[in-house]
Design a protein around this ligand. Structure first.
Ligand SMILES: [Zn+2]
Length: 222
């Protein structure tokens, strides 16, 4: 997930605004630029997306879909705390505030924010602490065994990123079906040949390669 080390932060600062631009803006001018809300760094977006993608192996930080690239699922850079003039303009270029986000999550979230929203790289955050899954429907729900605040945080996160909206539950169900099908095929081939089935022998079954890997991981755990 998003790291925010000093070195990475420095590297991305250069990607967002060139050194020459930084120098030209420097000091008070830079503050004015941020205050204006005129965040003209989209020509640097490609490099920034590349850096952020490395941290999540091309998965969206919020819904986990793969691959967030130039194809069907377009990448966007999510400002977790919105960069608008009225909200958090001072975080517009802050590495810790930037996440790889699919265009679908972005289209639901837009400039919304809630202090209880779950941040993917929050220390100690684990998907299974906050969410339950309805495999029949393909939906996420706040985890029933957790306390009120944790439930509220999960519910707000589901709502703001539209995690159960439109085709998303169906897409999860389809992905799970694909995974289970591949798993069973491999197992059957092994059994027919009298060979014990070992998941480690099949890199294509590694969850990293599936959309919604947290969802599939959860399925394997129950
Ligand atoms: Zn997403």
């Amino acid at each position: 997930m998003n790291g925010g080390t000093d070195a990475a932060s420095e590297q991305v600062a250069i990607l967002i605004i060139s050194e020459a631009d930084l120098e030209a803006l420097g000091g008070e001018n830079m503050a004015m630029y941020i205050k204006s809300g005129n965040f003209n760094w989209h020509d640097k977006q490609e490099g920034l997306v590349m850096e952020l993608s490395k941290l999540t192996a091309n998965h969206c930080c919020f819904c986990d879909i793969l691959p967030v690239s130039k194809g069907e699922i377009r990448p966007t850079v999510e400002h977790f705390r919105p960069k608008s003039k009225e909200k958090f303009p001072h975080l517009a270029f802050s590495w810790e505030n930037l996440f790889l986000c699919c265009d679908q999550c972005q289209s639901y979230k837009l400039g919304k924010y809630d202090i209880l929203l779950l941040k993917p790289d929050e220390p100690g955050y684990e998907f299974e602490q906050y969410f339950d899954i309805n495999f029949k429907e393909g939906t996420l729900q706040p985890r029933s065994s957790q306390n009120d605040e944790q439930n509220k945080r999960a519910a707000i996160t589901i709502d703001l990123y539209g995690l159960n909206k439109d085709n998303r539950p169906t897409a999860r169900k389809r992905e799970l079906k694909k995974y289970v099908g591949t798993y069973n095929d491999k197992k059957k081939i092994c059994e027919l040949g009298g060979i014990p089935f070992n998941l480690d022998d099949y890199p294509s079954l590694e969850l990293e390669y599936y959309s919604y890997r947290f969802y599939i991981w959860f399925y394997n755990e129950i």
